[in-house]
Ligand binder design. Structure first.
Ligand code: MG
Ligand code: MG
Length: 253
């Protein structure tokens, strides 16, 4: 069942969202060659805890980190590790959630490490823009399929592929609530949007084909063809004043 939030609940979610967005900014400050994904995970956890929150992903379904940190052809769910070191030219996806006063925020960004290839930069930019194409479809009168269609058609026009096996979602007292929000779909299909719906819209975009596979660690998901992948996510609420971006704390990546 889709949990509709009132304005007080959305205000509370904005606090969780702010901590989530700030955690990504703090992590971005530490991104450079030689840093391990475990170090990034630690600064994220410290920020969330200093704000009085808890990392949403730590222990979620048994996940061992505070954030999912995935490099290059890793799509999502990378496990933070001392052995995973950022190198010049990498792209690193950081997906983080913060739980605060009963609600979760969920947001992801793809950051370049130093100078990256033209293809990597184009992939990052297209993935970000596809998020905004999806947000533009999150309005009264539309349905979930309209978001997916907007994202998928934009990405197809860029020559990239949307990942289908993993999807966005409703969010609130739980990280993952109804409805599923696929990054592909048919316009006019799926649950109808209502004021008070809060969604994590999160295009995952591959430079090559859409197929992905899970690694033997049981978590890390990689592109099947070894090409790059990017991710961009915010927690957004549909209000009387339009869409409120709960996890955006500055104009940036
Ligand atoms: Mg996320
Ligand atoms: Mg999410």
């Amino acid at each position: 069942m889709i949990q509709i939030k009132n304005s007080l609940q959305i205000a509370a979610m904005k606090e969780a969202g702010r901590i989530t967005g700030e955690a990504l900014l703090v992590a971005r400050e530490h991104i450079k060659e030689g840093v391990s994904t475990k170090q990034l995970d630690t600064v994220i956890r410290h920020h969330i805890e200093r704000c009085g929150g808890k990392p949403s992903f730590l222990g979620l379904y048994g996940f061992p980190g505070s954030a999912c940190i995935s490099i290059n052809d890793e799509v999502i769910h990378g496990i933070p590790s001392d052995q995973r070191i950022l190198r010049e030219g990498d792209i690193v996806k950081i997906d983080v959630g913060a739980f605060y006063k009963g609600y979760h925020g969920d947001s992801a960004r793809t950051f370049p490490v130093g100078r990256v290839s033209e293809e990597a930069a184009a992939l990052i930019a297209a993935t970000k823009q596809s998020f905004y194409e999806g947000v533009a479809a999150f309005k009264l009168g539309n349905r979930v399929g309209d978001i997916g269609h907007a994202i998928d058609s934009y990405i197809a026009g860029c020559g990239f592929s949307v990942v289908r096996r993993y999807v966005g979602h409703g969010i609130g007292r739980s990280v993952h609530e109804a409805p599923d929000v696929p990054n592909y779909g048919t316009p006019g299909r799926g649950p109808r949007f209502m004021e008070g719906m809060v969604l994590a819209i999160e295009p995952m975009v591959n430079a090559g084909a859409l197929e992905v596979r899970e690694m033997p660690d049981g978590w890390t998901v990689k592109t099947a063809d070894g090409h790059l992948s990017a991710h961009y996510e915010n927690t957004v609420a549909l209000t009387a004043d339009g869409v409120l971006n709960l996890t955006e704390v500055e104009v940036g990546e």
